[in-house]
Design a protein around this ligand. Structure first.
Ligand SMILES: Cc1cc2nc3c(=O)[nH]c(=O)nc-3n(C[C@H](O)[C@H](O)[C@H](O)COP(=O)(O)OP(=O)(O)OC[C@H]3O[C@@H](n4cnc5c(N)ncnc54)[C@H](O)[C@@H]3O)c2cc1C
Length: 459
């Protein structure tokens, strides 16, 4: 733990939200409505509530959905969660069994590179956190409610107005008017995006599909050939197919298997569609025999198999219109290979709250704060959307000369890890032509709080 106390961060400070109606700066609270109680929505709610704003979150589902796999919160986003006073969630709740991240050859399981997670955490100064998405949502929900955020489930937003007096309306006839700021955190199929950005194409379905299967870690642990998988994260890279195995000890002690194929099956943003386990077995028949043993376990316990088409959102011209703004997947969904989707939505949350508070304190129009938010966030997220696409090409590469060169590079320089000679300085702007080495420093070493504070353009 001591490692993370460096750098002047008061990690054990749990922020107390000011009393209702007043911000911590003594000004009247803003009335903020957030659409969507995903990771982006709940983190944004916390960031605004921490400085004393009056926050309501509207969510179409009846509560957090116990579906989907794990979510990786990289060091750059863990930094924000700690700043929001959520450091205890790492101490108490996150997956901590994982000691290695291994990249493997698909057919033999040969390890191409093995990353020591502790070393990476030390290098970036903050840990990478691993949660089942459902567990993380439950934690964020609990803390948000405890701090006075109002969360209304079963509230499906159908339209918002960005007129002089913004309002939000739901399919159950619920209506909120006189809102100071509306935040669209409603994911890849965002309704808010349709209001703000009339441009097309906005959602880009990839030619990649993922089959999500959860199996009991206890059964994996019982097999001497498989037991190493419950202490490590593993990626098998095969031609047009990838398997990612991530531990979720925090959700009924499960190992999540995410089988990625080069298909056009499933629907983007739809995580509830049933997939076919037998089809997965056929598609991965030439993989490491231990992968097939993992599938045997899935069959033995009759595990659910969910199928989803991976997709992203091409960079948009506008993220806001008057007092309506988007955060998270709604404005920059990215392919999951960099594990940056949730982490970027967490950075957005902090950045947006800081930009709005600065504008408000300086008695500037809130729209000025929104413009600055866009200026600060667009280059980074557009770069990562692009990098997600590039990584997908590399990971799903067919066998041959290029694949051998890729594997050699993985052996020489582990993914996700800063280069040996990294001086510890953050990179504030997307690196050009530096390969993935500095790419990972830009991804995970980034400090959004300093980035906003240090920005000359913040109002
Ligand atoms: C059910 C589900 C399962 C997922 N599983 C995985 C997974 O296994 N692996 C992975 O990498 N990513 C998964 N994701 C995506 C991942 O959570 C996001 O990429 C990332 O966390 C960024 O989150 P976000 O909050 O911007 O968007 P999301 O996580 O998509 O959250 C958006 C929220 O807005 C709500 N919403 C949407 N429209 C409306 C509306 N009109 N009115 C009110 N509420 C609305 C949604 O119900 C959802 O709760 C999943 C998303 C969902 C919704």
């Amino acid at each position: 733990m001591a490692t993370f106390l460096s750098g002047g961060h008061s990690l054990f400070f749990r922020e107390q939200a000011p009393p209702k109606g007043q911000t911590k700066y003594g000004f009247k609270s803003l009335k903020i409505v957030i659409v969507g109680a995903g990771i982006a929505g709940l983190t944004t709610a916390l960031a605004f509530r921490n400085t004393g704003h009056d926050v309501t979150v509207l969510e179409r589902y009846a509560g957090p959905q116990n579906i989907g796999g794990p979510i990786v919160i990289t060091a750059n986003a863990a930094r924000v969660l700690f700043d929001l006073g959520l450091d205890e969630i790492w101490e108490e709740k996150s997956e901590k069994d994982v000691q290695k991240v291994n990249h493997r050859r698909y057919a033999t399981g040969e390890v191409l590179a093995s990353l020591d997670t502790k070393k990476a955490d030390d290098a970036y100064g903050f840990p990478t956190l691993r949660f089942a998405r459902f567990r993380l949502l439950c934690i964020l929900e609990e803390v948000a409610k405890e701090r006075g955020v109002k969360i209304l489930y079963d509230h499906n937003v159908i339209s918002v107005s960005y007129s002089v007096i913004p309002w939000v309306s739901c399919s159950n006839s619920f209506f909120i008017k006189d809102v100071d700021l509306i935040v669209g955190a409603d994911g890849i199929s965002s309704v808010i995006r349709q209001t703000i950005a009339m441009e097309n194409p906005i959602k880009t379905a990839s030619h990649r599909t993922t089959y999500n299967i959860n199996i009991p870690r206890s059964m994996v642990a019982d097999d001497p050939e498989l037991v190493e998988f419950i202490k490590s994260t593993n990626f098998w890279l095969g031609p047009q197919r990838v398997l990612i195995a991530l531990n979720m000890s925090d959700l009924d002690d499960k190992l999540n298997l995410s089988f990625g194929t080069h298909d056009e099956e499933g629907v983007e943003g739809e995580w509830f569609q049933q997939g076919d386990l037998e089809l997965v077995r056929q598609k991965f028949a030439d993989f490491d025999p231990r992968v097939l043993k993992l599938l045997d376990i899935a069959e033995a316990v009759e595990a659910e198999c969910y199928i989803c088409r991976l997709s992203d959102v091409s960079p948009l011209k506008e993220w806001s219109k008057e007092k309506v703004v988007m955060v998270g997947d709604a404005c920059h969904a990215m392919l999951p290979l960099l594990a940056m989707g949730a982490s970027q939505s967490i950075e957005d949350a902090k950045c947006l709250a800081m930009c709005i508070d600065k504008a408000y304190l300086k008695k500037r129009p809130l729209t000025e704060g929104l413009q600055i938010f866009e200026i600060l966030r667009k280059p980074r997220t557009a770069f990562l959307v692009g990098r997600g696409r590039e990584e997908a090409e590399k990971w799903y590469m067919g066998d041959g000369t290029e694949q051998r060169a890729r594997d050699q590079r993985i052996k020489d320089t582990s993914f996700f890890f800063p280069p040996q000679n990294w001086d510890g300085k953050h990179i504030d702007n997307p690196p050009e032509g530096e390969g993935h080495l500095l790419g990972s420093v830009y991804d995970q070493g980034f400090n959004v709080i300093d980035h906003v504070s240090g920005s000359k353009s913040v109002c």
